[in-house]
Write a new protein. Structure first.
Length: 189
């Protein structure tokens, strides 16, 4: 059996901080760049496809928010700590979250699933008098034992195919519920 190597979480991934453009400046808002906040993800789905708000290029350039890339991870760092999702396309995000970008040591899908296994450890390390908070230092303390890249990819492929099936089942259930509501309205309303 192959040996799994131990790393600090921050040796596997970069943490990226977010920000919020000034809400008093309307030219920063309503553009075509999705802007994530915690309420946009955390429903158990692997990916987040929609955001309640969006910002403009000017809003992106005039604030501390960053643009995360496809396959980066978003994780809530304040309040409801540990909600997370993967990005299917670039998105910006607020300061209550961290973006996580894996490096060449780790498969991006594997990092997503591995991070999910560390949520309780992250929550247990959170602190704060008003809101639970995790910081960059919290991730520095997380130790990770990971296999070789090919093994990571095999594990991630299996878990991704299960997530794809779960997502398909959710869409089928939503469609069936819409059909049932339409029939109910047609027959009884």
């Amino acid at each position: 059996m192959e040996e799994w190597k131990e790393y600090k979480y921050t040796e596997l991934a970069s943490l990226i901080g977010g920000g919020t453009p000034k809400t008093s400046n309307p030219s920063y808002w309503g553009g075509n760049i999705p802007w994530l906040s915690v309420k946009d993800f955390g429903n158990g789905s692997k990916y987040v496809y929609q955001t309640e708000k969006s910002i403009t290029e000017e809003g992106l350039n005039s604030s501390s928010t960053k643009l995360l890339q496809k396959d980066d991870i978003i994780i809530s760092a304040r309040g409801t700590v540990g909600e997370m999702a993967m990005l299917p396309f670039p998105m910006s995000f607020n300061q209550s979250c961290f973006g996580i970008r894996g490096n060449s040591l780790v498969d991006k899908d594997f990092l997503y699933y591995y991070t999910r296994t560390k949520i309780n450890e992250l929550k247990g390390s959170s602190h704060g008098s008003v809101f639970d908070t995790i910081t960059r230092a919290t991730f520095e303390k997380i130790l990770c034992r990971i296999p070789s890249l090919p093994t990571q990819q095999k594990i991630a492929n299996i878990l991704s195919s299960l997530d794809d099936k779960i997502e398909l089942n959710h869409r089928i259930n939503d469609n069936l519920e819409q059909q049932a509501q339409a029939l109910y309205k047609e027959w009884f309303v």
